[in-house]
Design a protein around this ligand. Sequence first.
Ligand code: NAD
Length: 433
Amino acid sequence: MIGTGYVGLVAGACFAETGNTVICVDVNAEKVEGLQRGVVPIYEPGLEETIRRNATAGRIRFTTDTKEAVQASHVIFIAVGTPQGEDGSADLTHVISAARQIGEAMNGSKIVVDKSTVPVGTAQLVSDAIRAVTSHPVSVVSNPEFLKEGNALEDFLKPDRVVIGADDSEARQVMEDLYAPFMRTGKPILCMDARSAEMTKYAANAFLATKISFMNEIANLCEAVGADVGRVREGMGTDVRIGAHFLFPGPGYGGSCFPKDVKALSKTASDAGATLRILEAVQAVNDHQKRVILQKVDQELGNDLTGRTIAIWGLAFKPKTDDMREAPSLTVIRGLLERGARVVAHDPEAMKEARRVFGENIHLVESPYEACTGADALVILTEWNTYQRPNFETIHRLLKAPVIFDGRNIYNPERMKQAGFVYHSIGRRVVRP
Ligand code: NAD
């Protein structure tokens, strides 16, 4: 497994769990040293225990030595990052460099699997990069990953489907055998050509991002016309053609995947002489949505927040992860700081990451209530379970003014009114005591 990020670690741990011997490689020596001591660098429920258990059983180990790992393996996964390049395309530097390293280390026939999210045609590029430096036979397979951070192990162990893009039937059989233990729930392994597999991943993520932006626009319209998006969502989601998932409005999508994948697919389209007009709108809506909470703050408190303190609950881009990449909290906090506010924030898992991102520019506190103490308003940006049923009397007492901006619609507006709060949410009317 080349790359020990969210995907590489989870995939490595799960393949070890089903009895395979897994060697995880990373160029980051500090990360590898930590992993060798049992320190998992990311927060993902169940991951640390699974890695420890399999390390103790001798089924998973960690190294910086790509050559040794490649030579000892039959199947080599590339699970390195594919960040957004300057022109919006996926930056394949890490993928191609991993491919070259694999090629240079090869000591016999290997199957190389692209697990990273990569544009159409990358399997061919990986194959070319390997073949340029070795004469050993290689089959390159595309096997995009659909796990969700926060539920990654569960998703990997019980996937909705596994997509395998392989032109070589022997490689396809090896992949089917490898995944067989995870398919006992009857979900399908979908075999196709590599280009279609590569496209499937982007199309799936772009569709999910579209659902979010669509609901965010409907939510903003609900506010303008006095409808309640919560009711509208239920009314829509019960239609089986629509489905109930991914219909929650909020402060915009973030994370390490949707923003970059939507951009990369748009770039693939423009390179092919096509325009994906829907995706341009999806991105524009999302950029706007990340600022909706700031607009509400401006309306309620004015846009000069000098001398004011704002409490933030939730920094990660979604619950059960410490990942803050492209999180709405980044836009909101930067906007609050620009307006002169002092920001005091809490998150159950992402505080270390927030310290790295914001340094001393924001104050991080150990408890949600501590964040509220003396603040002029509370802003909720991640729907962590621990924020779902707080003691509203305590919050009311601690805040300087009882004002809440809820970017995730986790409270009932009527109850908030009764509890004496000015309560702003997304796609629902503002309530005042
Ligand atoms: P990440 O940034 O968390 O981890 C990537 C790791 O690869 C880093 O530890 C880095 O040091 C290492 N690396 C880079 N070049 C290397 C090399 N040549 N040899 C060894 N290690 C190297 O990334 P991630 O979130 O795990 O994502 C990996 C890929 O999977 C991306 O393409 C992403 O789009 C895709 N993906 C991510 C998720 C997710 O939820 N994070 C879900 C599905 C797919």
